[in-house]
Design a protein around this ligand. Structure first.
Ligand code: PBG
Length: 338
């Protein structure tokens, strides 16, 4: 049947009809708020507003707990912690220090807000002095000179150590973001060996080498000192390879998968959704956030409508969970709406 028997506008005629047939829902409990937690030694230097991420701040442990309390009151599902340590070294040893900034924040969150889910990003790039996501090795370059590259297998042990230290500080979910091969399996084995067999792994399984991480690297001082991350993160041109990454991590025991960035990667959110039964997260990253904020500040977009449309599109594509810097605003808007 076609027009004039079929008229698509019939079911769009009123808010009640549109509400009845709406296919996709967005709830605050599906949102995750990322938090940048800074070592107290750097607190003075990092309290100023961030030019690259308007509306976002870096928090000391105590302030992060207050921010998490607000997130919880808004019905947000979880917080995701990133640490900015006082000291960096070649191995990123502050990443697994039991009195590291993320570890202390996890302990404090679990003491004060035990019912709020606390996730932790597991990576070395914020902790290494060279800014790469693993430790370096020297290899012979094409012109016969030695060049540094990230040593995959040597990095696994350090990432696993970091994940265990987060779990023992109280992380409800650990989220490795480094894109080393085999890290989900290595982390699972280490967690199990240390008695954390019940700690889930949310793998940043499908993570691209993206220009949209720019503001994050500025905020967390984690830009690579040389080169880039294309030797370990996915090429944005590769969809099939991206799906393989998701399936491999599922095979290594990931409890949840992720596609990151989100907005330009809806095809992969849909593909991973179809290919596995695992819960799926989409990471609406810093550059995506900055674009919307800039357009809204310039009067070019209605921020509220644009944010809710974008986040709903990620749910429609197949994401169960959305990690977004808009989480507090979105949760507020969603609560007002209903
Ligand atoms: C750490 C990490 C990054 C992001 C999340 N975890 C930076 C990177 O890979 O360069 C980016 C998040 C964002 O841009 O919001 N590896």
């Amino acid at each position: 049947m076609a027009f004039p028997e079929t008229r698509m506008r019939r079911l769009r005629a009123s808010a009640a009809l549109r509400g009845l047939v709406r296919e996709t829902e967005l709830r605050p409990a599906q949102l995750v708020l990322p938090l940048f937690v800074v070592d107290e030694a750097l607190a003075a230097a990092t309290s100023e507003p961030l030019a690259t991420m308007p509306g976002i701040r870096r928090f000391t442990v105590a302030a992060a707990v207050e921010e998490a309390r607000e997130a919880r009151a808004l019905g947000i599902g979880a917080v995701l912690l990133f640490g900015i340590p006082a000291e960096k070294d070649p191995e990123g040893s502050a990443a697994w220090s039991q009195d590291g900034v993320v570890q202390r924040c996890l302990e404090e969150l679990k003491r004060q807000l035990p019912e709020l889910l606390a996730m932790s990003d597991v990576c070395l790039c914020e902790y290494t002095d060279h800014g790469h996501c693993g430790v370096l090795e020297e290899v012979l370059g094409p012109d016969g000179r030695t060049v540094a590259r990230v040593d995959n297998d040597a990095s696994l042990e350090l990432l696993a150590r970091t994940a265990v230290s987060h779990a023992s500080a109280g992380a409800d979910i650990v989220a490795p973001s480094d894109m080393m091969d085999g890290r989900v399996g290595a982390i699972r084995a280490a967690l199990d060996a240390e008695g954390f067999q019940d700690t889930p792994i949310l793998s940043y399984s499908t993570k691209f080498a993206s220009a949209f991480y720019g503001p994050f690297r500025d905020v967390s001082a984690s830009a690579p000192a040389f080169g880039d991350r294309r030797g370990y993160q996915l090429d944005p041109a590769n969809g099939r390879q991206a799906l393989r990454e998701a399936l491999l991590d599922a095979g290594e025991g990931a409890d949840m998968l992720m596609v990151k960035p989100a907005l330009a990667y809806g095809d992969l959110i849909a593909a991973v959704r179809r290919a596995t039964e695992l819960p799926l997260a989409a990471y609406n990253v810093s550059g995506e956030y900055a674009m919307v904020k800039a357009a809204a500040a310039a009067g070019q977009l209605d921020e509220r409508a644009a944010v809710l449309e974008l986040l709903t599109s990620l749910r429609r594509a197949g994401a169960d969970v959305i990690i977004t810097y808009h989480a507090k605003d979105a949760a507020r808007w969603l609560t007002e709406q209903s």
